[in-house]
Ligand binder design. Structure first.
Ligand SMILES: [Zn+2]
Length: 295
């Protein structure tokens, strides 16, 4: 039997907390999606993966930033917190250092929800930590959009960073993004797309193709994340789920002809330029799935 994620979590919580107190009216469920490129101090791809010598340090800082967001959510009254490890292998956050009030979702299921897997309509707010700007953004640290192959993705004419795509997925379930942490460039892009979300800039990028980083101390960044998440979740009623009007038209620019030709074989994909493909559907999740297959 296949159970929904919510049913699974309910089972785990029921087993852990029996006898169960039922407080459905007061529950406040928060999903925290944690990427790595936007955490304080990080500047280079060698720090982002397990073959890099400094990776172990930065996974501790990533875990600490997740903890700061959990603490902010708890201070705002969160009753259920799901942390989604959303970087690379999705096996970066150190489970034993993560605050015990949260459940941790690790690795990829292959499903379309990706960086916000676990989201459903029972959640009240989504928080992004460690996020980075879209491919091609100047003065942005470790900028890219999902893979190194994507030059740009737009949906209904809006060029999207990962934060925008993930906010659309959450919006499909009626859940607003209330908070973003990452470099200054992703704060600027988030404000442009999502409006007045709370954003904490952990660092400022300097340079185009690659960037230097002028960063806050990790502890200072964590204090700002804790305070910002609390403030944002308390104000969750002021935020709307991020939605666009169907039909949803994705225009995808890839960097190599080889990848364009491969992506063009995806059913429904139309080649609309040398390096460009277009895909349209009334179903947002079909577009998200197409992007996952074509990128
Ligand atoms: Zn990442």
């Amino acid at each position: 039997m296949k159970r929904s994620f919510t049913a699974l979590v309910a089972l785990i919580l029921a087993a852990a907390c029996a006898p169960q107190e039922q407080q459905p009216a007061n529950d406040l469920k928060v999903l925290i999606s944690v990427d790595m490129e936007g955490i304080a101090g990080a500047v280079h791809s060698e720090e982002m993966g397990r073959t890099g010598k400094d990776y172990d340090l930065f996974r501790v800082i990533m875990t600490e930033e997740a903890n700061a967001a959990i603490e902010g959510a708890l201070a705002a009254g969160a009753t259920d917190i799901l942390v989604r490890d959303a970087h690379g292998s999705a096996r970066n956050i150190l489970p034993d250092l993560l605050r015990r009030e949260a459940l941790l979702l690790r690795d990829w299921s292959g499903g379309p929800l990706g960086m916000v897997e676990g989201i459903d309509e029972t959640f009240h707010a989504v928080v992004f930590v460690g996020y980075h700007a879209k491919a091609g953004t100047p003065d942005a640290i470790l900028q890219h959009t999902m893979t190194g192959r994507v030059a740009d993705i737009s949906i209904n004419g809006i060029s999207m960073p990962e934060a925008g795509i993930n906010a659309l997925i959450a919006g499909e379930f009626g859940v607003p993004v209330v908070f973003v942490a990452g470099d200054q460039a992703i704060c600027d892009e988030s404000w442009e797309i999502l409006g007045d979300v709370v954003c904490v800039a952990t660092k400022q990028g300097i340079g185009d193709e690659r960037s230097a980083a002028l960063s806050l101390h990790p502890e200072v960044a964590q204090e700002k994340i804790r305070d910002g998440v609390e403030r944002a979740i308390r104000a969750r009623g002021e935020y709307s789920p991020y939605r666009l009007e169907p039909p949803y038209t994705m225009v995808l620019q890839l960097r190599t002809l080889e990848h364009v030709e491969r992506a063009a074989t995806y059913p429904g994909a139309v080649r609309t330029g040398e390096m460009e493909l277009t895909y349209t559907s009334d179903d947002l999740m079909e577009v998200i799935t197409a992007f996952a297959e074509m990128r």
